[in-house]
Design a protein around this ligand. Structure first.
Ligand SMILES: [Zn+2]
Ligand SMILES: [Zn+2]
Length: 419
């Protein structure tokens, strides 16, 4: 055995890497029912083969009986792992899984008024027909932005979307293979990388960022408020690694972004102030944390208010996909020193306040555990364009019942609440 391919459990480990590649192939063919079914069948069998290959090598793996029995016991009491084993037996011996095609429909009126429903539709039914069916029910609201997400579920596991379910089984198997490596006293593995390039020998014990279970291309967004009828809503964000590199350049060299998001927020503000003074403007940035480690970062682009609602719901999708439990959101925003009400007694947002609104840098941090921080640094520009920073305003509480600085994070907080 050469150092290059030195893996103590090469057969099982290669099958695990096969599963990673098969998962992407399945995700890529999500909208093609027959190809999707074919890739799912391969993946389910491939995942079972990982444990078969491992069992074949048990004589050469120290402590196998102990740690493998622990895995088996845990798997037997886990509905998802049981589903995976049962599905493999069904596919090999009887028939395909009974796949159901659903559309998850989400309404977004504003930060507070939102709704969500799962409806069953034939795969590839055009969105216009789905909309017509939705609005034939007078109970469904015709308001705001509507998002239609396609999803496949197995009849035997009706609450779980297939990409998410299989990804979780994959992570459990990856954890098992990591245990086997440790048992063989071989943390290092010499298996080479493959195609697609994210398929490496690294053993993840948490969801990989590349296995996106809420990919944007499975969603369509339609603006029901738009004057000319239904319009596609634009949203966009630049994904890592480009942005990760940029933010590391700006934030990584001077500060360490990893850490508790609430504590990191102050460091980010300090750095952002320096960048603002230097560059006269600042792009919005969002960092995703899992257990105090930054797992992803994006640069969101907001076109208008509906685009902003939508983007933040997409950010919540990303939080769910990454299983992130902390976020930091940095942006330039409008700020008003007092409160003004409109003729109906509603608070006028600072963005609509005209000449008495002020510019500010805003850093918001929140964790799934319920910690919040809002740091606001108002600033003004001299006639020569120089930035003059004001004193920082810090708010550590979140009154989520009233409109306020934390509203923009509400789609994320709601998603955590459901988890
Ligand atoms: Zn290996
Ligand atoms: Zn991948």
């Amino acid at each position: 055995m050469t150092a290059k391919d030195s893996c103590p459990i090469a057969a099982a480990h290669k099958r695990l890497m096969d599963c990673h590649a098969m998962w992407h192939a399945m995700a890529d063919d999500y909208m093609t029912p027959e190809s999707f079914r074919m890739h799912l069948n391969s993946l389910i069998q491939g995942m079972r083969n990982v444990t078969f290959m491992l069992q074949k090598q048990k004589a050469s793996l120290p402590g196998f009986e102990k740690w493998y029995t622990e895995f088996q016991t845990a798997a037997k009491s886990d509905s998802l792992m049981r589903w995976s084993v049962n599905s493999r037996n069904k596919i090999v011996k009887e028939s395909d899984l009974e796949l159901l095609s659903e559309a998850k429909v989400r309404w977004v009126g504003d930060w507070i008024a939102t709704g969500e429903r799962n409806l069953t539709f034939p795969p590839r039914m055009p969105s216009k027909s789905i909309l017509a069916a939705i609005f034939s029910d007078p109970g469904n609201p015709q308001m705001g932005v509507i998002t239609i997400s396609r999803r496949w579920v197995d009849k035997a596991l009706p609450d779980r979307e297939i990409l998410g379910a299989t990804r979780e089984v994959f992570v459990n198997l990856s954890t098992l293979i990591a245990t086997a490596h440790r048992a063989a006293s071989s943390e290092e593995c010499g298996l080479g990388d493959r195609e697609p390039t994210c398929v490496t020998s690294a053993l993840a014990t948490a969801p990989l960022p590349c296995m996106d279970i809420n990919p944007g291309w499975l969603q369509e967004h339609l603006d029901l408020d738009a004057g000319r009828g239904i319009e596609e809503v634009a949203y966009n964000f630049e994904l890592s690694p480009v942005i990760a590199k940029k933010s590391r350049k700006r934030y990584g060299s001077a500060i360490n972004v990893d850490g508790n998001p609430i504590e990191v927020a102050a460091r980010i503000m300090e750095q952002a102030c320096k960048a603002l003074v230097r560059d006269k403007e600042h792009v919005p940035l969002i960092w995703f944390f899992r257990d105090d480690i930054v797992v992803d970062s994006i640069m969101p682009v907001f076109f208008d208010q509906n685009g902003k609602y939508l983007t933040m719901h997409r950010v919540a999708d990303r939080v769910e996909s990454l299983r992130a439990n902390g976020v930091i959101f940095l942006s330039e925003s409008w700020y008003a020193t007092d409160e003004k009400l409109d003729k109906d007694g509603r608070l006028i947002p600072a963005r609509d306040r005209g000449r008495d609104r002020r510019e500010a840098l805003h850093v918001l941090a929140a964790t799934e555990g319920g910690e919040y921080a809002s740091l606001l640094t108002p600033f003004s520009r001299t006639i020569f364009g120089k930035i003059v920073l004001d004193e920082q305003i810090i708010d550590m509480g979140a009154d989520l019942e009233t409109p306020g600085p934390f509203n923009i994070l509400r789609p994320i907080l709601d998603r955590w609440g459901k988890g």
